[in-house]
Design a protein around this ligand. Structure first.
Ligand code: ADP
Ligand code: MG
Length: 515
């Protein structure tokens, strides 16, 4: 008897599907000897592909035992399984499964890359195999430029590049016409004659008729398994030697493998990692170059993606700063002091206890940056025959600093103007546009503020504050002028305190309340 190469013991493979668990394979037990030519036949869905995938270590049994050349595979990890796969099996698929941007030689080389075989060596092997399979004129063609039969021959060469002691073919003629199909079958027979074990899943009666063993499947079990007594001339007791095809590719002597001369396992592992990395890099580069448009569009997508994330972040950051500056400009670090007991005190307007002396006293506190008293009334300004409703505010010389206003023209009034109740006015841009619409300069003009003539000495730049009502017209005059000459009162509406940068607003608030 020939040696037992593969052995199934009670192998079951089940899949979860909509209707629950289905057994693609149920409790299969059989074995395959080295050098057999086996046809697996059976209706569609009977489990042929599942069986072949498990034989080739592409899939794993759910339960049972599968032994390859004495090695139990059930407990092996992915790494060890893939080594077994490389060492024993060569795959031929119905749809060839070639890589479209690699030419014939390069496609054949792929499994050898993973086996760690040097570039020159695998190139020579791939070429020799393709020549043997009658593709000497097509070595550098891409799969798309070749017929189905030619593509299938490339995939057979690929199955042989690492040795392919056991050839697994799943309906290899399924996509081919009769003539090409026969050619492929012929090649499989030659491989068998050269000592390869060949296992073919097929619908083709001819293939089955020529196999020396036929396994028939139905509903996940083997229903027939018979050996034909072919007059092959082989003595069944003498295992055939794999010759010609194997001779071409050579047995895997250690000198074929990478890093010859180094025996340390750590050096070997490191070198094989580097080797695979370099090969992966070459393949990736080729893939990119062969799909220039696709690569370009992918890059473009990535660039647009990154650009939008960056700009969204930048806009967010910019917006935040803008709002913060705005809040600062309206005086987040200012405290407004009103008479009365709190918000909504109905007697507040009749309480006249807040006086300019309070403002002066507050200005001596060390947490205070500047202080301004404030009196305000709705009133009118008049210039020539133009009249406008405005808010007239009487303020101290520090007001513009307290509120963070900047002059676009002219100057603000100073302490001496306040001291001598000067009739000077600072106006905002709205007021300027309203009453000096056609004049080039408003500075030095005399306007009537609620009946009191004042000289315009400054115009406040628009500070586009999100909290200001843009429809308001504002006129500011010294509070001393406003109190005595305009409103005729001595008490203040409020006092605004600007807290020194870096001082605690809460502490200041508490101290002012105490005061
Ligand atoms: P065959 O190759 O003989 O046509 P398969 O081995 O492909 O049959 O499938 C056998 C059974 O297992 C079928 O019923 C199929 O639907 C099921 N099957 C195969 N693969 C899967 C999977 N990945 N998931 C779920 N069910 C599967
Ligand atoms: Mg199938």
């Amino acid at each position: 008897m020939r040696e037992e190469l593969l052995a199934f013991r009670g192998v079951t493979r089940s899949f979860l599907s909509g209707e629950g668990e289905i057994n693609a394979l149920s409790n299969i037990t059989f074995s395959i000897r080295s050098g057999e030519f086996i046809a697996i036949v059976g209706a569609s869905g009977s489990g042929k592909s599942t069986l072949l995938n498990i034989i080739g270590c592409l899939d794993h049994p759910t339960s049972g035992s599968y032994i390859i050349n004495g090695i139990e595979t059930i407990k092996l990890g992915a790494e060890q399984l893939s080594r077994l796969r490389r060492e024993y099996f060569g795959f031929v698929f119905q749809r060839y499964n070639l890589i479209s941007h690699l030419n014939a030689i390069e496609n054949v080389e792929v499994p050898a890359v993973y086996a760690g075989i040097y570039r020159n060596q695998r190139h020579t092997r791939a070429r020799d195999l393709l020549i043997k399979l009658g593709l000497s004129e097509r070595l550098h063609h891409l799969p798309g430029q070749l017929s189905g039969g030619q593509q299938q021959r490339i995939s057979i060469a690929r199955a042989l590049i690492n040795g392919g002691e056991i050839i697994l073919a799943d309906e290899p003629t399924g996509a081919l016409d009769t003539k090409n199909g026969q050619e492929i079958i012929q090649i499989l027979h030659e491989l068998h004659a050269h000592g390869h074990t060949v296992i073919v899943v097929t619908h083709d009666r001819h293939v089955a008729a020529n196999a020396d063993r036929v396994i028939e499947m139905s509903d996940g079990v083997i229903v027939k398994d018979y050996t034909r007594d072919l007059m092959s001339g082989d003595s069944p007791t003498s295992p055939r030697k794999i010759d010609s095809f194997r001779a071409t590719i050579g047995s895997k002597s250690s000198s074929d493998m990478m890093v010859p001369g180094y025996s340390g396992p750590v050096v070997k592992i490191l070198a094989s990692r580097i080797f695979l990395f370099i090969e992966a890099f070459h393949m990736a580069r080729r893939a990119l170059l062969s799909h220039k448009m696709r690569s370009l569009l992918t890059m473009l997508g990535v660039i647009i993606g990154i650009a939008s994330v960056v700009s969204t972040a930048a806009i967010g950051e910019g917006g935040k700063r803008y709002v913060l500056t705005d809040i600062k400009s309206i005086g987040a670090n200012t405290i407004n002091i009103y008479p009365g007991r709190g918000w909504g005190d109905s007697h507040a307007s009749t309480i006249h206890t807040l006086v300019p002396g309070d403002a002066e006293a507050l200005s001596t506190k060390d947490y205070v940056d500047s202080v301004t008293p404030l009196v305000a009334q709705n009133s009118f300004v008049q210039y020539g025959n133009i009249n406008a409703r405005v808010v007239v505010s009487g303020v101290g010389e520090n007001f513009f600093n307290v509120r963070g206003f900047i002059m676009s023209e002219g100057i603000a009034f100073g302490a001496d103007d306040v001291g001598r109740q000067a009739q000077v006015a600072v106006i905002d841009n709205n007021t300027r546009n309203k009453i000096f619409a056609n004049r080039r300069s408003a500075l030095g003009e005399v306007i009537m503020v609620g009946g009191l003539p004042c000289i315009v000495i400054g115009i406040v730049a628009d500070n586009k504050n999100i909290f200001d009502d843009p429809s308001n017209l504002n006129v500011w005059i010294p509070y001393s002028t406003a109190s005595s000459r305009l409103f005729g009162v001595n008490h203040l509406k409020s006092i605004i305190v600007r807290i020194r940068e870096g001082q605690s607003g809460e502490l200041a608030d508490a101290d002012i309340k105490k005061y």
